[in-house]
Design a protein around this ligand. Structure first.
Ligand code: SF4
Ligand code: SF4
Length: 138
């Protein structure tokens, strides 16, 4: 069985914000959790952007476990929203993005694009985009 890493965004309601659901992933499913960003307030909706690493079936079962506990698990989006219409491809963000999630897609036109798979939600681009094309979802 191979070891895999999945990047997910967890969204949970205020009623379960105090429950140790993420630590259960470590304990019950032997997973490593790398938290990129978290916004947790008692009794309010919370968010957590994490990488989950472990044996493939344990990752799958662990994510199913937290979904059963009323946590929404989004596998495709992260906590950064990039607005293509607002982006003018000025390039200011490129040197601030540590993973090249923001990149030049076309050398001739110098068009900038966003690859959500590479984004680690450091939010450096949010601080460095003069046009408001990068915003934090939480
Ligand atoms: S949040 Fe960080 S990693 Fe993601 S696109 Fe912005 S600068 Fe790059
Ligand atoms: S700084 Fe903002 S407008 Fe400029 S390329 Fe990056 S995302 Fe686009």
């Amino acid at each position: 069985m191979s070891t895999i890493t999945k990047r997910v965004l967890l969204t949970f309601s205020g009623s379960i914000s105090g429950k140790p659901i993420v630590s259960e992933l470590v304990r019950k499913y032997d997973l490593e959790i790398n938290i990129y960003r978290a916004s947790i307030t008692p009794n309010a909706e919370g968010h957590m952007a994490i990488d989950v690493t472990g044996e493939e079936d344990m990752v799958t079962n662990g994510l199913k476990f937290i979904e059963k506990n009323d946590v929404n698990v989004s596998r495709t989006m992260n906590s950064l929203a990039w607005n293509e219409e607002k982006c003018v491809s000025c390039g200011n963000c490129l040197s601030h993005c540590p993973t090249e999630a923001l990149y030049i897609a076309n050398e001739a036109s110098r068009e900038v694009r966003f690859d959500g798979e590479k984004c680690i939600a450091c939010m450096s681009c949010v601080r460095n985009c003069p046009f408001g094309a990068c915003t934090s979802l939480f």
